[in-house]
Design a protein around this ligand. Structure first.
Ligand SMILES: C[C@H](O)[C@H](O)[C@H]1CNC2=NC(N)=NC(=O)C2=N1
Length: 101
């Protein structure tokens, strides 16, 4: 998978396909609300599994009933790449199963 930085236009196009995600401080970010702390913790573990599979890792923040992700690509000098959006898409696919919104 390419690790070149995405252009601003590519980032805007990809963001349109990912409601709830945005770019803050040059990172692709999203926060989820969960039904309770156990559900939030389960989502963190599931995201960790996906990240190991993709070999691409976000900064994950676990709250009482929330999970926040922030990701950029270290190997591309901190730019946003296809890998960041691929991770976001995978997380979007699993989050509803944990009651996340
Ligand atoms: C050696 C290994 O492939 C790298 O350290 C991977 C691991 N996870 C990663 N995660 C992120 N977000 N960016 C990277 O460049 C990255 N590189």
């Amino acid at each position: 998978m390419p690790t070149q930085p995405l252009s601003q236009k590519e980032i805007e196009d990809r963001l349109r396909e990912l409601p709830g995600w945005s770019v803050e401080d040059a990172r692709l970010v999203r926060s989820y609300r969960l039904p309770d702390h156990f559900a939030a913790t389960a989502l963190v573990v599931h995201v960790a599994q996906v990240q190991q599979e993709l070999n691409h890792h976000s900064d994950l923040t676990l709250g009482y009933d929330s999970v926040a992700l922030a990701v950029h690509t270290h190997s591309a000098g901190g730019a946003l790449t296809e890998k960041d959006f691929a991770l976001a898409e995978r997380v979007e696919a699993i989050a509803p199963g944990h009651g996340a919104h």
